[in-house]
Design a protein around this ligand. Sequence first.
Ligand code: SAM
Length: 253
Amino acid sequence: MQDVVGSAWETSLKGKGYGWAGDVRFLRRFRASPYIQLILNYASLPQNGLILEAGCGSGKFSLAFASVGHRVVALDFVAEVLKGVRAAEQALAGKWPGQLWGYCQGSLQSLPYADSVFDLVVNEGVIEHWLEETARLEVIAEMIRVTRPSGVVAIIVPNGTHPLIRFWEERLVGFRTAPPMTHYSAKQLEAELSRSGLQEVYTDGIYPWRSWFRVPPWDRLYLVGAALDRLIPLPRVLREQWAINLLGIGRKG
Ligand SMILES: C[S@@+](CC[C@H](N)C(=O)[O-])C[C@H]1O[C@@H](n2cnc3c(N)ncnc32)[C@H](O)[C@@H]1O
């Protein structure tokens, strides 16, 4: 079946590739962020665990997981994107621990792996671009298929029900240039992961405070949001309402 989402991304990234992840200071901060730490805490991966990032973009998730000792395969539909990740990895040589274990050009609709291979299959900013629920469930099922029993599937999407989502979509370049998306709530993400057969499904919201400081002129106060995220934890229900991104995570039975 034609991969319309992969093709739409290919068109939108043509000649540009994805963002650059070759900056050690940025990667150190990113590795310490909830994006990585929530997943590692939940997953309790074996040493040297095998991870697939399916739709890797800049490769920052892959590089962060590799640096704590895991074997990571970075997969993307777009060849140019993978070239960018390779270049970032080369630029980081000798400065950043851990290399990627493999690269793969492929489609999330039909991952080029046998069943039950990976300890963790993860992506951020990808699943929401399939606009029909049946298509999303098929893609999630494909991620689960290549995950080993008791392994973990983690999906991160934009918070589609944030009170400011329309402003973000109008004013932030990342939203404006990406293909259209499903507006996920935490509840919907949890329901789709559970319906796909994952167990122990957990959702959370990432960066609830700084979500209020993304769009000009408020972005000048972004560091205030970052400080509030560090200093004033919110209950999960508020984290999920105000988050920039939603994490949904579960285990294969
Ligand atoms: C929003 S970006 C991911 C950003 C990434 N999480 C990061 O941290 O930089 C989405 C990525 O998914 C890839 N992608 C989109 N559809 C895909 C598909 N059907 N199969 C594999 N990769 C896909 C795109 O090429 C793009 O690189």
